[in-house]
Design a protein around this ligand. Structure first.
Ligand code: DGL
Length: 268
């Protein structure tokens, strides 16, 4: 049986990464887990997020995946090192790919980062950016109101636009030319975020670069899928499968043929 790429997130946010993985690696099968019953992870302690991530990895590992993508910045900040030591397959996070993509894009070296409380308080983006270049100025801000909007499937309403705009108040006046969407839920809000920040700020999602890193690692390990069979992806969530399915269907539309079957896992 074809070995899959396992992708996890606190909810539907990791679908932004899954979509890019499916686009760049159309032969690969994806097994996705969204912890929708316990989302958001952002306000939780890093110890708790680490514990939840470990439970999800224990669930996913039974499918014998060839790589695990932690498609959640909060979980990457809290648990990437721990999970990498725990399993004997490659584990990819989203923070270093996001930092790399932002450094590629910036002209001025002034980069903004928005994310959950957990991600921003961890300082993981500042560390990752400074590790790549000491000349980068980083301005960070937590936007805790945004993830619940995405989990409710509300991407473009007036309420969403005004919440996004208010959440970005502290960032709008900063002299940045690049803004990292440091939460995998935020690309769902690309349009209102772009509207609030204006056309002079480039918005960076880590999805492209994370998919590229996944592709490189599989190539290096000689693990890329071969053959012309269309992969059948699998989706699991811990909360309401109906809402998850509706968001997955509309977001992944071009990448999947049929309405995704979503299994609810009530106990991890
Ligand atoms: N999508 C997640 C992230 O990238 C987490 C959102 C949350 O559960 O707070 O951080």
């Amino acid at each position: 049986m074809q070995q899959a790429i396992a992708i996890l997130d606190s909810g539907v946010g990791g679908l932004t990464v899954a979509k890019e993985v499916m686009r760049q690696l159309p032969r690969e099968k994806v097994i996705y887990f969204g912890d929708t019953a316990r989302t958001p992870y952002g306000p939780r302690s890093s110890e708790e997020v680490k514990q939840f991530t470990e439970q999800i990895v224990d669930f996913l590992i039974q499918f014998d995946p060839k790589v695990i993508v932690i498609a959640c910045n909060t979980a990457t900040a809290a648990a990437l090192d721990h999970i990498s030591q725990k399993v004997d397959i490659p584990v990819i996070g989203v923070i270093h790919p996001g930092a790399r993509a932002a450094i590629t894009a910036t002209k001025t070296g002034n980069i903004g980062v928005i994310g959950t409380m957990g991600t921003i308080n961890s300082g993981a983006y500042t560390t990752a950016l400074k590790q790549l270049s000491p000349y980068i100025n980083v301005m960070s801000q937590a936007c805790p109101a945004l993830v619940p909007l995405v989990e409710q499937g509300d991407f473009r309403s007036e309420h969403t636009r005004s919440t996004v705009s208010e959440s970005l108040n502290g960032m709008k006046d900063k002299p940045i030319d690049t803004l990292i969407l440091g939460c995998t839920h935020y690309p769902f809000l690309m349009e209102p975020i772009g509207q609030a920040m204006g056309p002079h700020v480039k918005l960076i999602s880590s999805a492209d670069e994370t998919a590229r890193e996944t592709s490189t690692i599989l190539y290096d390990k000689g693990k890329l899928a071969i053959g012309d069979e269309t992969p059948v992806h699998q989706f699991f969530c811990s909360g309401d499968p109906v809402m998850f399915q509706s968001i997955a269907r509309s977001w992944l539309g071009e990448q999947i043929r049929n309405t995704p079957v979503v299994w609810q896992v009530s106990k991890l």
